[in-house]
Design a protein around this ligand. Structure first.
Ligand SMILES: NC(=O)c1ccc[n+]([C@@H]2O[C@H](COP(=O)([O-])OP(=O)(O)OC[C@H]3O[C@@H](n4cnc5c(N)ncnc54)[C@H](OP(=O)(O)O)[C@@H]3O)[C@@H](O)[C@H]2O)c1
Length: 326
């Protein structure tokens, strides 16, 4: 894989990040190890997890794999903090107390002495952003974190955090992890993309396959065998999604790639995107997704996919709106 630079940092990451939402949950430990091995064999070096995945078991599985393979130094390890982990009033959010306690828990489960990319999972309306940034700054100065990132932030929330970091002279967010895929575009493309391009943030989109919908295994009249099937049906069974999927299936057959690899390749071609986070329940699935690195889409194919996706139905662009690409 050809490594990319994460935003304005000097950090080099693979163009596909490995997601671990299924580890210790829908994928048992042996399968999780096999997925990690397949990813690294393909040249990957970037693994994303969170302290809440499978109640902390995903971090433990990764920790055991790192220890067994002895490869900690070659992996860029990303995890997250902020989602509720207990019933106490300080068991979630972006307070100094919770962040520093949760960081120790992640380090322990992962069996490492530092996290490469530590991300706040959500914006916390109850904690001043200055407090969150000072806690993250202390974590970096203590050598326990290398870079920080934000996930699920709105554009104004990200701008506020960038501004506060600048004013205070603390570490700043160098990466955004947004929900972004071919049928969920507006949330990122409307304003966040411009923020990331302007301020040099890396972008690592989650749900690149819309929880599996963009693999082509979902049909209008039938659901596949999947633990996610009913959720996918509720969220994506509508005409706009089918139209985008039909265009995806056409382009995929033209380029001779699977729909999953083609959907991920579409994301990799989008401005500001550093590395989509690919998730899998089986080794076959991760191999399929990793093939995206070899899928080249022409500008005509990209334009056809753009035209077929729902974003175009809901937004009217003013005539002087900046061009979509570049
Ligand atoms: N920051 C956040 O709030 C947030 C939220 C969610 C996820 N994430 C991160 O983003 C990562 C990616 O999310 P995700 O895994 O939900 O993304 P996704 O790519 O949208 O969905 C992955 C799912 O699609 C199905 N799939 C994948 N490849 C397939 C293939 N080739 N053929 C058929 N089905 C296939 C599998 O589900 P089935 O086989 O079960 O159908 C797999 O679990 C996560 O692992 C996590 O690290 C972050």
């Amino acid at each position: 894989m050809n490594y990319r630079t994460l935003g304005r940092t000097g950090l080099k990451v693979a163009p596909l990040c490995l997601g671990t939402l299924t580890f210790g949950w829908q994928a048992d430990e042996a399968t999780s190890f096999a997925i990690l091995d397949a990813y690294v064999e393909a040249g990957g070096n970037f693994v994303d997890t969170a302290n809440v995945y499978a109640g902390g078991r995903a971090e433990e599985v990764i920790g055991r794999w790192l220890k067994e393979r002895g490869n900690r130094d070659s992996i860029v390890l990303a995890t997250k903090v902020g989602v509720k982990v207990g019933d106490g009033p300080n068991d979630f959010g972006g307070s100094r107390r919770h962040i520093l306690a949760a960081l120790e828990g992640s380090l322990r489960r992962l069996g490492v002495d530092h996290i490469d990319l530590y991300q706040t999972h959500y914006y916390d309306y109850d904690t001043p952003v200055e407090e969150t940034l000072h806690a993250l700054d202390d974590a970096v100065r203590a050598g326990k974190v290398r870079y920080i990132g934000a996930s699920n932030h709105r554009a104004w929330e990200l701008m506020q955090a960038l501004w506060a970091a600048d004013v205070q002279g603390t570490v700043r967010y160098d990466c955004l992890q947004p929900h972004y895929n071919l049928i969920h575009r507006e949330e990122f493309e409307r304003e966040l993309r411009r923020v990331c391009l302007t301020y040099g943030l890396g972008v690592i989109p989650f749900f690149p396959l819309a929880s599996g919908f963009l693999t082509g295994k979902y049909r209008r009249d039938a659901l596949p065998e999947s633990p996610r099937a009913t959720g996918v049906q509720r969220r994506y069974y509508n005409e706009a999604s089918w139209r985008a999927l039909d265009a995806l299936l056409d382009v995929a057959s033209e380029v001779g790639a699977s729909p999953a690899a083609t959907a991920i390749a579409w994301l990799m071609h989008q401005p500001a995107v550093t590395a989509p986070i690919v998730g899998a329940r089986t080794v076959e699935q991760i191999r399929d997704s990793l093939a995206a690195v070899d899928v080249h889409l022409s500008s005509e194919q990209l334009a056809r996919l753009d035209a077929a996706s729902p974003w175009n139905d809901v937004v009217t662009r003013p005539p002087n709106h900046p061009p979509r690409r570049g």
